[in-house]
Design a binder for this molecule. Structure first.
Ligand SMILES: Cc1cc2nc3c(=O)[nH]c(=O)nc-3n(C[C@H](O)[C@H](O)[C@H](O)COP(=O)(O)OP(=O)(O)OC[C@H]3O[C@@H](n4cnc5c(N)ncnc54)[C@H](O)[C@@H]3O)c2cc1C
Length: 466
C-alpha cells in the first residue's frame, strides 16, 4: 500500500480513496503567501486570502494529499463549542468580554461554514441537528449540570444550551441507560473529507495553487524548504497542527494526541426505529474518556475516542493503523450505548492526530522579521472543525493588515509554554488517561453516585486540562 494514501479512514475511502491528482512542487518557487498544510486551517486561510485579494499568488504545500490529516479523518462535528479553557483565555487584555466574543464568533462560524459551503457548491452531507451530551449515570449528569451553570456564567443563553431529562432525551435518541443530556443547537453533522476536498477545489477556483506529496523540511519567515526547491514568500503560514512536532525546532510546541474512530456497516431500518436519532444530532457520552458519535448520511454510526492517546517522543503513526484493542474498546462503547446494533459489523477503523498545547488552549500567532512574516494557528485539541475556519479567516485578516472583530479575539497573539521533555510527557499522558478510565469504571459501577471520583480531578491537575 502506498503509505501516502493509506490510513485516511472511511471518509476518504467513501469518496473512492484520497485525492491524488495534484502535482508535487518542482519549480516556480516564488509566491506572495506560502501555506504549509492542506487541512482546514491552511485551506480556509488560502480561500479567505484569495477572496479578499485575487491578485495574491498563494501556494499551498501538502506532504501527502488534501485532507490527509485530522481534517479528513475527524468525527464530523461542525460545532460552536469553544476550544480551550475560558479562564485561561480570559487572562488576555479583554478579559471575560473577549471570551464571550470568541464564543459568539464560534457559534456564528457554524452557520458561516454552512453558508460558505452553499455558496461554493460544497456538498459535505451537512445536517444542522445540534448536539447532545448524554449522561448514563448520576455523576455524569451532575457534571453536565455544572457545565451548564458554567455556560450561563460565560454568557450562553437557554436557547444556546439546555438540559433534557431522560424522557426528553429518549424522544431524540434512545441511548441505553440515559439519565439525561445537554442539548445545544449550535452544531452540524458533516462528512469531513467532503468538506476538505470541496474547500480545496473552492480555493483553486479562486486561483490558489495546491501541491501534494511535497513535504516542507523547514518552515521559517520568508521561506519554506522542500526536498526539491525552496519557496520564497513574504508570508509563510504554518498549518500543520498535530504534525508540527516533526518540524525542526518545534518538537515540544504541540503534543500530537491520537484519536481513533470506527464506523459500522449501514444499520437496518428496524434498528433505527428502535434508536430514533432522526434529527442526526452529533452525540457524545458523559464519560471522562468520552466517545463522540455521528449518524452518517448513509445511516451508519461512526464513533471515536482516545484509543492509544500518545506515543513516546511525539512519534506519529502515519499509517493511521488502529490497534485491535482500540477497535474493541470503541465497539464495546457503541454496544453499551446502542445494544440493538450488536449484530452490525464494523467496516473501517482509523486514527488521526490532533494538536494540544501545554495549556490546552488554541492560538493564532503572527511574527514579523526582516526576512518576512511567519504566521500559524492551531492547538484546537478535539474542536478544530469550526475553529479552523475562524482561525483561517483571522490569519487572512492579520496577513492583510486588517483590524477586524476577529483579530482582537483572545486567542490571537497568545502563546503557551512548551511541553515537558520525555519521559515526563509520555508518563503524564499515560497516567492521565489511566486515571480517567479508572474514574469512568468507578462511575459505571455506582450509577447512582453523583460525585466525580478524586482520581479524575487528579488527572485534570496533572494534564493542566481545564
Ligand atoms: C479522529 C479525530 C476526530 C476529530 N473529531 C473532531 C470533531 O468531530 N469536531 C471537531 O471540531 N474537531 C475534531 N477533530 C479535530 C479536527 O479534525 C482538527 O482540529 C482540524 O481538522 C485541524 O485542521 P488543520 O488543518 O489545522 O490540521 P490537519 O487537518 O491535521 O492538517 C495539517 C496538514 O499539514 C500537513 N503537513 C504536516 N506537516 C507537513 C510538512 N512538514 N510539510 C507539508 N505538509 C505537512 C499534513 O499532512 C496535514 O494534511 C478530530 C480530530 C481527529 C484526529
Amino acid at each position: 500500500v502506498d503509505p501516502h494514501l493509506d490510513g485516511s479512514g472511511y471518509w476518504q475511502r467513501a469518496l473512492g480513496g484520497p485525492s491524488q491528482g495534484r502535482p508535487s512542487l518542482s519549480g516556480g518557487t516564488d509566491a506572495d503567501v506560502c501555506i504549509v498544510g492542506a487541512g482546514y486551517t491552511g485551506l480556509w486561510t488560502a480561500w479567505a486570502l484569495a477572496g479578499a485579494d485575487p491578485s495574491l499568488r498563494i501556494t499551498v504545500i501538502e506532504a501527502h494529499h488534501v485532507g490527509y490529516g485530522a481534517s479528513g479523518r475527524n468525527g464530523g462535528w461542525l460545532s460552536g463549542l469553544l476550544p480551550g479553557d475560558r479562564d485561561r483565555l480570559a487572562r488576555g487584555p479583554d478579559g471575560r468580554t473577549g471570551v464571550v466574543a470568541l464564543q459568539r464568533q464560534m457559534i456564528d462560524a457554524v452557520a458561516d461554514v454552512v453558508a460558505a459551503c452553499e455558496t461554493e457548491g460544497i456538498d459535505a452531507d451537512i445536517e444542522m441537528g445540534g448536539t447532545l451530551a448524554v449522561a448514563t449515570n448520576q455523576a455524569q449528569l451532575a457534571r453536565l449540570e455544572i457545565a451548564l451553570e458554567e455556560d450561563r456564567r460565560w454568557g450562553l443563553e437557554p436557547e444556546d444550551a439546555r438540559l433534557l431529562d431522560g424522557d426528553q432525551t429518549a424522544r431524540r435518541v434512545r441511548v441505553e441507560g440515559a439519565a439525561g443530556s445537554m442539548f445545544s443547537p449550535h452544531c452540524a453533522r458533516i462528512q469531513p473529507a467532503k468538506l476538505v476536498r470541496g474547500l480545496a477545489a473552492a480555493a483553486e477556483r479562486r486561483g490558489v495553487k495546491i501541491y501534494e506529496r511535497t513535504e516542507a523540511l523547514a518552515v521559517g519567515a520568508g521561506q519554506v524548504q522542500t526536498p526539491f526547491v525552496t519557496v520564497r514568500a513574504p508570508w509563510v503560514v504554518r498549518a500543520t497542527e498535530g504534525y508540527t512536532a516533526g518540524l525542526p525546532g518545534l518538537h515540544r510546541r504541540l503534543l500530537p494526541m491520537n484519536s481513533s474512530m470506527i464506523v459500522t456497516n449501514p444499520i437496518p431500518p428496524e434498528a433505527w426505529a428502535a434508536i430514533g436519532w432522526g434529527a442526526r444530532e452529533t452525540l457524545r457520552d458523559g464519560a471522562h474518556a468520552y466517545t463522540y458519535l455521528q449518524r452518517t448520511a448513509d445511516d451508519r454510526i461512526a464513533i471515536g475516542g482516545r484509543g492509544v492517546p500518545y506515543r513516546f517522543g511525539s512519534r506519529l503513526d502515519h499509517a493511521g493503523d488502529t490497534p485491535p484493542s482500540t477497535v474493541a474498546a470503541l465497539q464495546n462503547a457503541l454496544h453499551q450505548l446502542f445494544p440493538v446494533v450488536r449484530g452490525v459489523p464494523i467496516c473501517h477503523a482509523w486514527s488521526g492526530v490532533l494538536g494540544v498545547a501545554r495549556d490546552w488552549c488554541p492560538s493564532i500567532e503572527v511574527q514579523h522579521s526582516a526576512r518576512g512574516g511567519l504566521a500559524w494557528a492551531g492547538g484546537y485539541v478535539g474542536d478544530g472543525v469550526t475553529a479552523s475556519y475562524l482561525a483561517g479567516l483571522t490569519l487572512a485578516d492579520l496577513i492583510l493588515g486588517r483590524d477586524t472583530a476577529r483579530t482582537s479575539l483572545p486567542w490571537v497573539g497568545r502563546a503557551s509554554r512548551g511541553w515537558e521533555p520525555e519521559p515526563l510527557r509520555w508518563l503524564a499522558v499515560r497516567a492521565v488517561y489511566g486515571l480517567y478510565r479508572s474514574a469512568d469504571r468507578v462511575e459505571a459501577a455506582h450509577p447512582q453516585a453523583t460525585r466525580t471520583p478524586r482520581r479524575a480531578r487528579l488527572a485534570d491537575f496533572i494534564s493542566g486540562r481545564p
